[in-house]
Write a protein that binds this ligand. Structure first.
Ligand code: T5A
Length: 209
């Protein structure tokens, strides 16, 4: 089972993945939790290039770094785990590329869909949990968290984008969810982490029986 968690900045993706993994392990399932960018050794080298606030980058270069991270991550981590029969819980994946580089940066979404297909060898998630909340609320959460953990300079490049950028990303995710309703489940991320977890488990049970 390949499950991805998507959404804007500070939507609670890492929090949900941690709680989901605990709940699924309690059911006796083997789970691999991973993330993009940075879910494999090569990706860990790419991640700071993409997220450091001081970094400036051409949109195409940015896209190709995300795709390089994904290609290696799928080949080295995700596919082998799926082949071992494990559940893979991934914090961001191809839908983020289309929302951020497509709707955020204005790159061609159909071209991005094909490039994602190519980079991942055609691997799409079985289920995508979309954590939805107003962009202002997610940014406020992410900035508060960054202040506490001193992540502002090392990982704040996207969070420093204008509010309109983040609003386009939210719309982009919602459009994808409307287009593929059988793969997506939209969760109201303004609710408590426990309430979001309950809804996520219900979505998994509906799909997995
Ligand atoms: N990106 C990524 C692209 O542009 N293209 C791509 O193809 C890919 C893969 C990655 C960046 O790269 C971009 C998108 C991103 O900008 P990242 O550091 O991985 O950056 O950052 P994010 O994925 O945005 O994740 P964050 O760490 O910012 O946020 P999360 O994981 O959504 O949120 P989380 O769980 O850390 O929670 C944030 C704060 O809110 C609290 C938490 O305790 C924490 O303090 N919180 C809640 N508060 C209230 N209610 C809830 N339900 C809460 N859940 C969590």
């Amino acid at each position: 089972m390949f499950l991805t968690v998507e959404g804007g900045e500070g939507a609670g993706k890492s929090t949900l993945i941690r709680l989901l993994a605990e709940a699924l392990k309690a059911r006796g399932l083997t789970c691999l939790c991973t993330r993009e960018p940075g879910g494999c050794p090569l990706g860990l080298q790419i991640r700071p290039l993409l997220l450091q606030r001081a970094q400036t980058m051409n949109n195409r270069a940015e896209l190709l770094l995300f795709l390089a991270d994904r290609a290696q991550h799928v080949a080295e981590v995700i596919r082998p785990a799926l082949e071992r029969g494990e559940w893979v819980l991934c914090d961001r994946y191809s839908d983020s590329t289309i929302a951020y580089q497509g709707c955020g940066r204005g790159m061609d979404k159909d071209a991005l869909q094909r490039l994602n297909d190519w980079a991942s060898g055609g691997l799409w998630p079985d289920l995508t949990l979309l954590l939805d909340l107003p962009a202002e609320e997610g940014l406020a959460r992410a900035r508060a968290r960054n202040g506490l953990t001193h992540r502002e300079e090392s990982e704040g490049r996207f969070e420093s984008e204008a509010l309109a950028f983040h609003q386009r990303i939210r719309q982009g995710f919602l459009e994808r969810a409307a287009r593929w309703p059988e793969r997506f489940c939209i969760l109201d991320a303004r609710r408590s982490p426990e309430a979001v977890l309950c809804e996520a488990l219900a979505a998994i049970d509906r799909l997995h029986g």
